[in-house]
Write a protein that binds this ligand. Sequence first.
Ligand code: ADP
Ligand code: ZN
Ligand code: ZN
Length: 761
Amino acid sequence: MKCYCYVVLAYAARHFDREWTYRIPESLKESIDIGSVVNVPFGTRKTLSRGFVTRFFDSPPGHYHDNKIRDIDSLLSPRPVVTEEQVKLAYEMKRRYYCSVGDALNAMVPPTVLSVGDRRVKAARLIDTEEATELLDSGDLRSMKQVRVIELLLEHEEAPCTEIRQAADVSQGVLNTLAKNGVIEFFQRSVPRTLPEELEEVEPAEAFEATEAQQEAIEKIDGAAHSVSLGSLREFMLFGVTGSGKTEVYLQVADRVLSRGQQVLILVPEIALTPQMTRRLIARFGDRVAILHSRLTPAGRYETWQRILAQEIPIVVGARSAVFAPLNNLGLIVVDEEQESSYKAEMKPRYYAIDIARIRAMMNGAVLVLGSATPQVSSYWRAHNGLSTLLRLPERISEVGMADVEVVDMRREYARGNLSIFSKRLTQELSYAIERGEQAMILLNRRGFSRTIICRNCGWQMRCPFCDIALTSHRNPYGEQSRLPNRMVCHLCERLARVPKHCPECGSEEIMAFGAGTQQVEEEIRKQLPHARILRMDLDTTRGRFSHKEILDAFERHEADILVGTQMIAKGHDFHDVTLSAILSADQLLGTGEFRASEQAFQLMTQVAGRSGRGLKKGRVIIQAVQPDHFVVRAAAKQDYEAFYREEIVFRKRMEYLPFGHVGMAQLKGFDRYEVEDTARAFHRDVALLIRRYGGTFARTVLSEVSPAPIERIRSRYRYRVMVRDESAENLTRLLFMAADDLKRPKGVSLVIDIDPWTTF
Ligand code: ADP
Ligand code: ZN
Ligand code: ZN
């Protein structure tokens, strides 16, 4: 009998993040369910609070007296917005990530779905679209945030404020300013229920006849899908180069799983960058496929979510947050390109989609397939240690081979007096390519600002003696960077080191800070090849007037000869005219200062080799390096993952990095520098105290000093942090959560805890 229930609040401080008991009024008994969104009176608050129903009881649970229990005020949606499994998942997320159950549930559900209860929502539209377009073109707008909002509204005409804030990544303040300046206006509108999502027209296609290797993979995965039991994990690592037929394996297993009446969830790094996958899914399965875009189409997203929730669509494909899709009878979960960092959320709750996928696979009795051409070292290690099953697709399906990879030794260039960031060889190849009417791509590390110190005479790179990762320059929040920083920092252990005058290896004075950004590269090409047409893609350009897709489309239409960008450009598209790809500095990739640097460098180099030459012409890849003999560069040149893995896993073991050890990061942020720093110190003291008090458990825990983050100030907020390392992720979680709950934190300072962060910048 549904007489009483537990409710968790949607927006609760950790302190109030508990289950609260309410009585269910007679009138709601029919329609209320687990996962329903309700309004409840809470404490002395004047307005009602929103919450989720998590459990039912016949009689008042615990020691409550019936007359102390209050009634649920109202039900906000006719049907529950999350499933029972998702409620369980939310509790699990609270245990793993420093978040409330409400934070977790809010992250699972698109904002429009949550606002359905409000019959009318606050929405915004442009007052005059022509004027707004002019305003964009005039360049008068100072803030990129305003630009993003206007662009969104130009594309979608109107949208609820919650959706705009999420999609454009802005605060309500930005919207208010735009309204005050007469650019946009607010209005109340009802939540639309139906607006069909435009589905791309795709010709239906039959399955291929599987190759022998594909057949074996399909049988093994499908066999496991048959026999896996609830609560146990059956995981596969499908390992094969780009074009080896992994996607075909997913599709054929999916077909079998569907025919048994079960459902399929497929995760891709980013929908916009993986048009092939969605096209092939639709070609094969038609309208049984739902695509969960992060793109702003509130009505479409609402509709899609409701249909998945009603279990009407058996295949869901989407990026990170699609891992929460409310399917309740999963038989197969696929994570394509499992090595991608986009599976890690960088906002609260900082979940890792692959962890969530594992939990959901167990809850559903589904198999989990991770696919990659360059798996994470820790994922490959799992396969070697019986935690997952390795399946290989050894060769490309089509005739076209991989591109030739050539390594250029930059030490020789410098010795010859060429101090530019382009080797002679590369400049030559670029101009040949352009003469022949072909295209080229130039790749840089994502972080132009992280500078690494190398000796350009011998290739020595400045590393932390304790952590064995590259040291990077600290970004001074007050002024410009000097040419050669005099101090470098390791941001795992926070030790500082002075940049030596002479190279400790060869005695040379040719010590250099390397870290060119995309803009600098563009300028350099303009100098060397004044006639080349260049497109640049990085965070600056993609947040502006052009989206990723527009830049990539323009390049595909051959509107430029050279595309310069960060790793983003190595993904997704097949450019048939690209015959040359270049990585300007392998050293920069290896010197990002993250312990994953080698892994990510290898991935990028391999991805680039797999990219070029997908057309009819064979491609060529040039990698410039001051350390041409580095094992990562050598393995990448031969495209030999195994060789890379064999060396990298030894390093990980020696240094106790993932999968052998874990890093916990607590970051404090706020506008007042001293307040932030003081709070970080207090937090550090708490952690130290806990380590002492529970000595045995934390005997092997290593606590670093309090320090400013490598980028000390972002958007006027100061960031200080405390890093902890331990063999056990559970230990780290427990330790940091305990300290966080004890901490007296001033109002203006926020705290983020991240276990095994992907980026420590
Ligand atoms: P991956 O996902 O590993 O990059 P795909 O599954 O996309 O590989 O396959 C690469 C190409 O080969 C695709 O164009 C696909 O249509 C084709 N293909 C895949 N499997 C087969 C097969 N068994 N027979 C013929 N062509 C295939
Ligand atoms: Zn040297
Ligand atoms: Zn260190």
